[in-house]
Design a protein around this ligand. Structure first.
Ligand SMILES: CCCCC/C=C/C(=O)SCCNC(=O)CCNC(=O)[C@H](O)C(C)(C)COP(=O)(O)OP(=O)(O)OC[C@H]1O[C@@H](n2cnc3c(N)ncnc32)[C@H](O)[C@@H]1OP(=O)(O)O
Ligand SMILES: NC(=O)C1=CN([C@@H]2O[C@H](COP(=O)(O)OP(=O)(O)OC[C@H]3O[C@@H](n4cnc5c(N)ncnc54)[C@H](OP(=O)(O)O)[C@@H]3O)[C@@H](O)[C@H]2O)C=CC1
Length: 284
């Protein structure tokens, strides 16, 4: 059973049905536990059943596991149909599944580039389109489109993450997809936002990339630490809650200022002998 939220009132998401991709690990698991703790029913998906079942064991009966590869149109259709058959509605879609490999751009093959853009951009589109057309746009009891929310995880820094040209391109595409759809689908009551995550110390982040880069990552964040999965989870919960109702078409960057500068301030080349930031002397 999920522990009570440290931030939000219990029950703030009571009655909501949330579909979240990548709920078997890291940020997706943390978000699932927070959403369930706030009263939501959360259907989670991923390619492997084992990690999904581990999340269900932690979250309790309001969470269900569904195997689905978000890159496969038929699997996505079947997933959304299953979730609707089980819960009768979907209020919020969290597109959290994603990832990439680290490689110099010139070494990335067409297949490698396609693999990452298919996962992050096409997969996010397939999920968003299926949930919108099956759950958000059809009329509810009042004869009007039911509406709903879409929250998509993207990537900070926005000026390009070196070694990840495929993911940098795909996440920029996702952010503009959210912005564009927030205009077109406002007429259906659909609100779409992106959460641009900086570096968070999830298990996969800590183990997938070269050790030297992981060790240096916190030092590249102006506030000098990695994000904590629960900090991401709180932002997802806020957007899903009534507090998030006037957000649409936004990119919320959660990265300890990494989007603005890499490293502490002042950097070593910007300090005087006492270690203070350099400043110009007044003229005259
Ligand atoms: C310090 C850095 C800051 C990082 C900031 C971001 C952090 C995070 O996002 S942390 C969370 C990361 N989580 C994930 O990435 C999870 C999901 N990732 C994956 O599933 C894989 O990494 C995937 C994206 C590569 C997709 O896996 P899969 O569909 O199983 O693809 P394949 O392994 O079959 O590979 C297909 C194709 O892709 C190319 N490729 C894969 N890995 C590499 C590599 N390490 N280097 C170069 N190229 C790679 C390659 O073309 C593969 O085809 P084949 O050569 O025919 O195998
Ligand atoms: N941690 C970080 O610092 C950052 C993370 N992000 C992004 O945040 C998200 C979560 O990251 P994090 O928790 O750290 O990483 P994880 O690798 O732990 O999470 C990725 C999740 O996505 C699922 N997934 C991957 N491919 C597919 C697919 N084709 N279909 C369905 N599910 C899939 C995985 O499950 P399975 O393998 O079973 O399919 C896994 O549960 C990702 O999009 C990541 O790129 C962005 C910026 C920084």
């Amino acid at each position: 059973m999920s522990a009570p939220s440290r931030i939000f009132a219990p029950g703030v998401l009571e009655g909501q049905v949330i579909l979240l991709s990548g709920g078997g690990s890291g940020l997706g698991r943390a978000a699932t536990l927070e959403l369930v703790a706030l009263g939501a029913h959360v259907a989670i998906c991923g390619r492997r059943i084992e990690p999904l079942e581990e999340t269900v064991a932690l979250a309790g009966a309001r969470c269900s596991a569904h195997v689905c590869d978000i890159r496969e149109e038929q699997q996505v259709d079947a997933l959304v149909d299953d979730v609707l058959a089980r819960y009768g509605r979907i209020d919020t879609l969290v597109n959290n599944a994603g990832g990439q490999f680290l490689a110099p751009a010139e070494e990335i093959t067409p297949k490698g580039f396609r693999t990452v853009t298919r996962l992050n951009l096409d997969g996010t589109w397939l999920m968003t389109h299926a949930v919108a057309t099956k759950a958000f746009i059809p009329a509810g009891d009042d004869g009007r489109p039911r509406g709903g929310k879409v929250i998509s995880t993207t990537l900070s820094p926005h000026n390009g993450l070196a070694g990840m040209v495929h993911s940098s391109a795909a996440r920029a595409g996702v952010e503009n997809m959210m912005r564009e759809l927030s205009i077109e689908w406002a007429r259906f009551g659909i609100k779409l936002n992106a959460i641009a995550a900086g570096q968070f110390g999830t298990d996969v982040f800590m183990t997938k990339y070269p050790r030297e880069m992981v060790a240096a990552a916190a030092g590249q964040v102006p506030i000098q630490r990695l994000g904590r999965p629960e900090e991401f989870a709180w932002l997802v919960a806020y957007l899903a809650s009534p507090g998030g109702d006037f957000f649409s078409g936004s990119v919320l960057t959660i990265d300890g200022a990494r989007d603005n500068h890499a490293g502490p301030w002042p950097p070593a080349v910007h300090v005087d002998d006492a270690g203070d930031p350099l400043r110009e002397s007044r003229r005259g």
